[in-house]
Design a protein around this ligand. Sequence first.
Ligand code: GTR
Length: 416
Amino acid sequence: MRLICYYLPAVIFALFTFTVDLSAQTNESWKASEAVIEKLSNNRTNVNYREEKVPEYVLPDQLMTVGGIKIKNAEQWTESRRKEVLELFRENVFGRVPSTPYDKSFTIVSKDDKALGGLATLKMVDITISSGEKKLVIHLTLFTPNTGKPSPVLLLIDNRGPLNTDPSRQKKSEFWPVEEGIARGYAMAVFYNADLDPDKFDDFKNGIHAILDEGTRKSDSWGTLAAWAWGASRCMDYFETDTDTDSKRVAVIGHSRGGKTALWAGAEDQRFSLVISNESGCGGAAPARRRFGETVSIINTAFPHWFCLNYRKYIDNEDEMPVDMHMLLGLIAPRSLYVACADEDLWGDPAGSYISLQHSLPIFNLFKPASSLPALIPPLDTPVSGGKVGFHIRSGDHNMLLKDWNWFMDFADKHL
Ligand code: GTR
């Protein structure tokens, strides 16, 4: 489908940003290091890491309906355009959740109310999804601070395997800093994405697909990222039943493929009041049209199971997408959104992720309080936030570290 509703301010803004990036040699604004560009460009000669080689592009108008009506207020957004944009992402990027009925049940498999030296309660919860004879278990690990009242929750979509999220806390990883989260008053929750669907191209015959998919696969059937996002919502179902957690204050967090998933979970499920997406890149916060770092072509080739089949229509054809990722970010409004990137992770397009966030502001600003961001990309290791949105670029490589979490929690302190 071709959108004719491109608009002039977006062109001016894109040109302005392009100019800014080229001239942003000062300490005031982040710019990728030449050494990193060189190294990455040598490693993958067919990938663009240079700002000056970003093609001209025009982002779709997030506030113009397919029928050509300009959205002017929050009510119009919520009642018409938001639903339309959500459908466009289901149809063209992530795929649709099947409507197959299912049952779910929660079993607290173990409970230790003296975890972390008595500071927290640890619950291991089995979330069982069943349809007829078939069933699947999502293993949720949940630490809640022993404060005697419901706590806000930071729910991590773990794409790195259980070794990073050891409930016994013998093995600690900065990827999931439970002790620091509990000390700041947060319930720390995690589930392993592969419980929903193994991270491989296997014809959608296992995981939740084996339970809920019916008939032959369609061009808009859900992919693996959508299955993981659906799993985050089932964890939310559980939080609604647990008096140690405050289900009105739950953040969903993910890194990289988990960051793409967190964004989609927050778009699909408005019960999440904060979304934190770390280095989500292509298919996450980075605009497809910039073709910077990982592209629609590369991601569909390397990870053909992540998205719906329709997404392949945009391989080397990004300008025909009826959406771009600023609109995915806008689907989080009026809730809170934090986007994080890493200096050396040009594969994930930090500059592009900031551009997306800036272009999502017209959606956030249909609501009060107003959201704003500096015109220039902020300097390294300098979080910025305004209204409902926040952003940082951390020094170093592709990862999610305690430093990132501390900035996430600073933002969450104000927004959860
Ligand atoms: C890469 C992939 C990225 C990102 C990353 C990760 O190989 O190209 O899109 O998701 O993996 O999840 O760490």
